[in-house]
Design a binder for this molecule. Structure first.
Ligand code: BEZ
Length: 247
């Protein structure tokens, strides 16, 4: 079935707003930067399986329905658009990819569908048609949903957390870098504020420990300036190359 106002229904598109932005699903044949509306991205989901453990859960992003978010007290304002990347999965791989992605639901995510708006290309400034996309949402009713978090405590928590997929700080830093790479408007104030707070905390800790560069800048263990961060964007394109997916 096709619906001109909302893309083709038998086509499978998936919207990534977290790690999917830099760790694509297997078998995708198109990746399109763009945004969805009506949601707010927040580091308010506990992660027991990827960036934390059941004993010490880390923090990953979820999307909150904007109408619900407006009833909450949040120090961070929110832009009206949530930027991310949409992936098209060819028909013959849909069942495999759906199965692979459904693993993600285990840690509290549910499926919703929403219109995705591809970003305008410079060559064609007319607004592209919205695409119907599947998106994973950590509903407020799920046990991993934490609700509003104090940003300073949240940054400190992210810095001390790690899980089977690696350090929680790496997830935060890579998310910011991946978002900034999507478009000139795709930065997210909530994410960038947490990155800034994390770098400040790390720099203070280095000063306390007495780790300094020649010009007095605090440096990390590899000798990089602590305010630069070491995250690198990498692309993983097949199930074989990729360990179990994370949020
Ligand atoms: C993502 O966009 O990366 C994502 C978020 C929640 C669950 C699965 C994937």
């Amino acid at each position: 079935m096709a619906d001109d106002s909302f893309g083709a229904y038998d086509d499978f598109w998936l919207f990534g707003y977290g790690s999917l932005i830099w760790k694509p699903p297997p078998h995708y044949d198109q990746r399109v930067p763009g945004y969805i509306e009506g949601y707010v991205r927040r580091f308010w989901q506990a992660s027991e399986d990827h960036r934390g453990t059941p004993e010490a859960p880390g923090r990953v992003v979820t999307l909150i329905d904007r109408a619900h978010w407006e009833t909450l007290v949040d120090e961070h304002p929110s832009p009206h658009l949530t930027w991310g990347a949409a992936y098209h999965i060819p028909q013959q791989h849909v069942a495999e990819v759906r199965n692979y992605l459904d693993i993600r639901e285990i840690n509290g995510y549910s499926i919703q569908y929403t219109p995705f708006h591809p970003s305008h290309s410079a060559a064609d400034p007319s607004p592209p048609k919205p695409i119907k996309c599947l998106v994973y949402i950590g509903l407020p009713s799920n046990p991993q949903f934490l609700g509003p978090q104090d940003p300073q405590e949240l940054a400190a928590h992210i810095l001390k957390s790690r899980g089977p997929s690696g350090e929680n700080r790496e997830y935060l830093f890579m998310l910011e870098e991946a978002l900034l790479g999507l478009s000139p408007e795709s930065g997210d104030g909530h994410v960038s504020d947490l990155v800034a707070r994390s770098r400040e905390i790390e720099a203070e800790e280095k000063v306390k420990k007495g780790v300094h560069g020649e010009n007095g800048d605090a440096k990390d263990a590899d000798g990089r300036r602590a305010d630069i961060g070491g995250a690198e964007l990498h692309k993983v394109g097949s199930t074989e190359e990729q360990e179990e997916v994370e949020k």
